[in-house]
Design a protein around this ligand. Structure first.
Ligand code: IMP
Length: 213
């Protein structure tokens, strides 16, 4: 069974709607979020850690809000900023700007402990280089990281005063095509969202992978 690694029930709701037929279950595991400005590196690291913990195929979902006028802030720090400043304060920051364009990005990282042919390259070379630079034992796990495959999705929108009761996180201040993500049903959000786009790519690859294995 594929484990969707998150403590966020909103993400699970969206993933289950998309991957329901393929059998997905929540793995409520708080993986280490390494400090990086690359969502892919954070997700890949989390997927390896979660796979070692679960011993089963895992999918880690790392997402963020990138505000154009704020040089991509809060980006990879979106979770910390939501917890400390809150969504309303992020809107206030954007309100002071003329340009209120923003995007949501999502990276899904898959790891099942098996090698696989993948494109883009599934090996996280940063991890490997960092381990080598730190003088790690070449036989140690972190020097030869598990293969991880990444799937990315993004959606563009505009920041607006909070509207809507659905969704989670920054959804109430993110408008796309006339509606905030918090005003959309899960189905409608999935059809346009960063997560929906990444899940569509993952779903296609995963079905093929299961068919040949
Ligand atoms: P993480 O991927 O769990 O680290 O989430 C990063 C931050 O982005 C958290 O504050 C989430 O609430 C927020 N976030 C992630 N995905 C979404 C989304 O689909 N809509 C709105 N906020 C999101």
């Amino acid at each position: 069974m594929l484990r969707y690694v998150t403590t966020n029930a909103g993400k699970v709701r969206e993933a289950t709607e998309y991957l329901g037929d393929d059998g997905v279950t929540q793995f409520d595991f708080d993986y280490t979020e390494i400090q990086s400005d690359d969502l892919g590196a954070i997700a890949a690291h989390g997927a390896r850690e979660a796979h070692r913990e679960a011993g089963e195929p895992v999918l880690v979902d790392d997402a963020g809000l990138f505000v154009e006028a704020l040089a991509g802030f809060p980006g990879p720090y979106s979770s910390y900023v939501e917890d400390t400043l809150g969504v309303e304060r992020v809107w206030r920051l954007a309100e002071a700007e003329e340009d209120r364009r923003a995007s949501f990005r999502c990276v899904l990282a898959y790891c099942d402990g098996e090698p696989f042919r993948a494109s883009p390259d599934p090996i996280d070379r940063d991890d490997r280089a960092a381990a080598a630079a730190a003088g790690a034992d070449p036989n140690a796990e972190e020097a030869e990281p598990l293969p991880v495959k990444l799937f990315e999705g993004a959606v563009r929108g505009t920041l607006v005063p909070p509207r809507g009761e659905g969704g989670f996180g920054y959804d109430p201040i993110f408008e796309h095509d006339g509606a905030t993500m918090a005003e959309m049903s899960t189905e409608r959000k999935n059809a346009v969202s960063h997560r929906g786009r990444a899940l569509a790519k993952f779903g296609e690859w995963y079905r093929e992978r299961r068919a040949v294995s």
